[in-house]
Structure formats: structure tokens, C-alpha cells
Design a binder for this molecule. Structure first.
Ligand code: 5AD
Ligand code: SF4
Length: 490
């Protein structure tokens, strides 16, 4: 019988994508995917090191997996991803029952490692070089590119997919472990990216999200000397039939160039949504974070995004309680959030990471309860802003790519005949919930927005006959974009 593998993923979109690729490789090697632990022979944890909390949860899961492993013979436990790269020795000490440790730059070897662990019964370890262990080129080489064929069955739905534009990161923000565990920034050749998107489109994929730690820093010098930027990729992907929506995450504020903003304005398939983390609203903190911009620069960048792309939605990330963050510093961040009009923000308490500059240079001097209070205060401000940002959409018609049944409705069993609570997203990345048949999953439908919370728009699906009567701003903007492209092409 084919061995069954269960993969649990935590962390960012890179991990979600890596897990899909690993699952695809295993399936091609004859493995089946298990729906849960109980039926699995192999359990893989794809891990995250960005905050201590994520690591603590993995060690607690590994504790449970010790008992799981003891209950059956030949069971395999694997740790993949950032923790494997960062802490292979610690994992061996704290969880000696782990059979496979495989860093994010070695995933091409994961099938071989599992097979060898099953055959020999001895732990298998594959990690890339540390950033200080060799020259940049040697370290980059040790983070192997991993872009095996895509496997639609691994994704929550087959019409949406992440596509990697680059590996690693070179920004070295002082709090961040990513450049150490994911290695040097390496942009993938555009022909690989385009071939992958073409393949996804052939498999029925409609929406691709281009993914890089700093996706807008993408730069590739082709053999003919042509320099490819993210905007060039957007134009090229836009030409591919089958793909109807293109998104990209995450952006670095300094690299938000005008060519990119103009591509977003011009291309009707590109979502008018930008995730551009600010991290702090205080220049002193930004300097200690080594973010390479001031809050004034960030505010100007936001204004430029909004001037260039009418109706664009922008979201951000913030870290509260970073080393040396005084109450005045924090108030500057509150002011930025109150004024910037973000659709939403992800807010994190600073978590010191051994191996980062901040860990070595600065004291983690903001007490935990102050971090918690600042987190709550900033969240309350953002929630107020999000509510008014979401309420602006009431009375408009939006085009929603339907992702499936809403989780909340699923839990409550809110089904009326063949109609269920559906959820999907707009071209500006707003979540919309409305009633309709499950068969709409994967379609783009017009929805008239009647209500809003801080996180969700609530609406009513428009029938084809009422579509024109209710043409709202979003549809108008989309058709304006279409004529802009027609003008460009003509
Ligand atoms: N502590 C808290 N948050 C962090 N992030 C990155 N490193 C840390 C850290 N050490 C946050 C940043 C980043 C997001 C993905 O995680 O806000 O944008
Ligand atoms: Fe980390 Fe900064 Fe790179 Fe983002 S840009 S992954 S925060 S080092």
C-alpha cells in the first residue's frame, strides 16, 4: 500500500507554496496524501521562525508526535522549513524522535531524505550554508531553487495559486530572521515564472499571486541583456489567456517604483491592492530596524500609490514594542495608522530572534505587558479605520472571485436549500460574504454591497439582468482600465 503523508503548514505564503510543491513531489514518488494524523505514516511539519511563539507551538506539536510515532512501527516525523534551517541541533536535542530535518533551500531532496530515513531508521538532515559560512555565491548556491511541477490537488481550490518570483531576502531588517533562514535574494528567470503560470492556467487556475519576501525588488538580467522588473512580469503574465486576476505580495516601501504603480493602474487583470509593510511610524525605530526609509518617505509613497492608482487598497504590517520604543515613538505609529487609511494591518509584538542584528545590538527593553497593551491599542485604531474603509463600499457593486463556502457559515450550518453563505474577494482584496449556490465557486460574480464590518463586506448577488443597473465604481474603474489598455495596445 502507498505510504500516506500528512503535511501541516504554519507561517507565510512561502511555506504554503513550499508545502504544495513538497506534496506534489511526494505524490509523484508514489505517496498518497492523508487527511489527518490518524491515517498517516509520515508527518511533515513545515515550520516558521519569524516569532518565538511559532517555534514554541512546533515544539509542543513535536511532543505530541513522539507519542504518535511510538504507537505505530515505521512512522516518520519530519521538520521542514525555516526552523530546520535555523535550529537543526536544537531540534535533535529537544525532539530526538525527528527522522528528517530539511531546510527551505533543500526541499528538492525531501523525498530522498524520507525514503532514506524509512530504509535506514537513522535521522536525515539537509540544510543550506549559513550566511556567514561562505561567500555570497556559495551560500546562494546552497539554497537550491525548487520549482517542481505544480499539483492542483494540493491547493484549497484549483483556481488560485501562489507563484514564486524570488527566493530569500537581502534587506536584513535588524529584527528579522528571514535573510538567515531563506538565504540570499535570488530572482527566478522570467521564462520559468511564465511557464509555471501558463501551466497553472492550463490546469484551470484563474488567479495567481506572485510571491516574494520583497516581491517588488524583483530584478533579472536576461541573456539578451534585458532587465526584467516586476512590472515587466505583470505585463507578460497579463497576456496569458485563462488568467483573470494577478496579485503580488509583499512589497518593500523603498522599491515601490513608478513603473510598477503604472502597470497596476493600466492592466485590468492586476488587482488594485498593495501590501506595503511600514513596521513603525517613528523614524528612530525605523532607523534601528534598518528599514532604510523615514515615515515621511513612507507617507509620500502612499500618496504616490493613491495618486497613480485610483481606488487602490493598501494594507500594512507593524511591530510594536521593538527595542527602545518609547511611548512617544508608539504614539507616532498610532498617528500613522489613524491617518493612513489602510484596509487592514497585521500587528505583531516584537519577538527577539537569536541570529539577528537587533538581538545582538539592542536590549529587548519593552515589557511584555506594555507590548500587549500597545498591540491592543494599535489594533483598536486599525479596526476603526478598517470599519470606515469597509463602509465606503456600501451601495457599490463589486466583482467577487468566489472562493467557496464561508467558514463561519459552515460552522453554523447556515444552508438554505441549495444556497449557502459564500465567501470571495474583490479586485481590491476585500473579503465579501453573500448567499448563493456552491456551484458559483471559482466564478467571478457581481455582488451589491449592503453592509460592512471591519473585516468583511456583506452583499447580495446581482442577477445578470440587474448587473447593468447596478454598475458600481469598481466595474467602472475596471472598464476604464480596459479602455486604457486598448488605447495602449492601439
Ligand atoms: N518579531 C515580531 N514580528 C516580526 N516580523 C518579522 N520579524 C519579527 C520579529 N522578530 C513581522 C514583520 C513582517 C511580518 C511578516 O512579521 O511585521 O512584516
Ligand atoms: Fe525580513 Fe525585512 Fe526581508 Fe521582510 S524585507 S523578509 S522584514 S529582512
Amino acid at each position: 500500500m502507498a505510504p500516506k503523508v500528512y503535511i501541516e503548514t504554519v507561517g507565510c505564503q512561502m511555506n504554503v507554496l513550499d508545502s504544495e510543491l513538497v506534496a506534489g513531489s511526494l505524490k509523484r514518488a508514489g505517496y498518497q496524501l492523508a487527511a489527518d494524523l490518524a491515517t498517516a505514516d509520515v508527518v511533515l511539519l513545515n515550520t516558521c521562525s519569524v516569532r518565538q511563539h511559532a517555534e514554541d507551538k512546533i515544539y509542543s506539536t513535536l511532543g505530541k508526535l513522539r507519542r504518535w510515532k511510538a504507537k505505530g512501527s515505521g512512522r516518520i516525523v519530519g521538520v521542514l522549513g525555516c526552523m530546520a534551517q535555523k535550529d537543526r541541533e536544537l531540534i535533535r536535542q529537544r525532539a530526538p524522535h525527528v527522522d528528517v530535518i530539511c531546510g527551505p533551500g533543500q526541499l528538492a531532496r525531501v523525498v530522498e531524505l524520507i525514503e532514506e530515513a524509512r530504509r535506514s531508521g537513522t535521522p536525515q538532515i539537509a540544510v543550506s550554508l549559513g550566511r556567514a559560512e561562505a561567500s555570497r555565491a556559495e551560500v546562494a548556491d546552497s539554497f537550491e531553487s525548487y520549482d517542481p511541477l505544480r499539483e492542483p490537488a494540493m491547493r484549497p481550490n484549483r483556481f488560485q495559486a501562489y507563484v514564486r518570483t524570488q527566493f530569500g531576502c537581502d534587506k536584513f531588517c535588524t529584527y528579522c530572521i528571514v535573510p538567515s533562514v531563506r538565504g540570499p535574494e535570488q530572482s527566478r528567470p522570467p521564462e520559468h515564472i511564465l511557464a509555471e503560470v501558463r501551466q497553472l492556467a492550463d490546469q484551470g487556475c484563474k488567479e495567481v499571486t506572485l510571491t516574494g519576501q520583497t516581491v517588488n525588488s524583483y530584478k533579472y538580467v536576461a541573456g539578451d541583456g534585458r532587465i526584467w522588473r516586476l512590472s515587466d512580469l505583470l505585463y507578460a503574465i497579463h497576456d496569458l489567456s485563462g488568467i483573470v486576476r494577478i496579485k503580488f505580495i509583499t512589497n518593500f516601501p523603498r522599491d515601490m517604483t513608478q513603473d510598477l504603480l503604472e502597470a497596476v493602474r493600466t492592466l485590468p487583470k492586476v488587482c488594485r491592492y498593495l501590501h506595503v509593510p511600514a513596521q513603525s511610524g517613528c523614524n528612530e525605530v525605523l532607523r534601528r530596524m534598518k528599514r532604510l526609509y523615514t515615515v515621511e518617505f513612507y507617507r509620500e509613497m502612499l500618496a504616490r500609490c493613491r495618486d497613480t492608482i485610483p481606488g487602490v487598497a493598501i494594507s500594512s504590517d507593524f511591530i510594536v514594542g521593538f527595542c527602545g520604543e518609547t511611548e512617544e515613538c508608539f504614539q507616532r505609529t498610532c498617528k500613522l495608522v489613524a491617518e493612513a487609511g489602510f484596509k487592514n494591518s497585521y500587528i505583531f509584538k516584537y519577538s527577539p530572534r537569536p541570529g539577528t542584528k537587533a538581538y545582538d545590538l539592542f536590549a529587548d527593553d519593552v515589557p511584555e505587558e506594555v507590548k500587549r497593551r500597545r498591540n491592543n491599542d494599535l489594533l483598536a485604531i486599525q479596526n476603526r479605520v478598517s470599519l470606515s474603509e469597509h463602509r465606503r463600499w456600501i451601495g457599490r457593486t463589486v466583482e467577487v472571485l468566489v472562493e467557496g463556502q464561508s467558514k463561519l457559515a459552515h460552522k453554523r450550518g447556515a444552508i438554505h436549500g441549495d444556497r449557502v453563505q459564500l465567501t470571495g474577494r474583490t479586485m481590491t482584496d476585500h473579503i465579501v460574504v453573500f448567499e448563493g449556490p456552491l456551484s458559483l465557486t471559482g466564478d467571478i460574480v457581481p455582488v451589491y454591497i449592503e453592509d460592512a464590518s471591519s473585516f468583511t463586506l456583506f452583499g447580495r448577488r446581482l442577477g445578470p439582468e440587474s448587473e447593468n443597473a447596478h454598475r458600481g465604481l469598481e466595474s467602472q474603474a475596471a472598464s476604464e482600465k480596459r479602455s486604457a489598455v486598448a488605447a495602449r495596445v492601439g
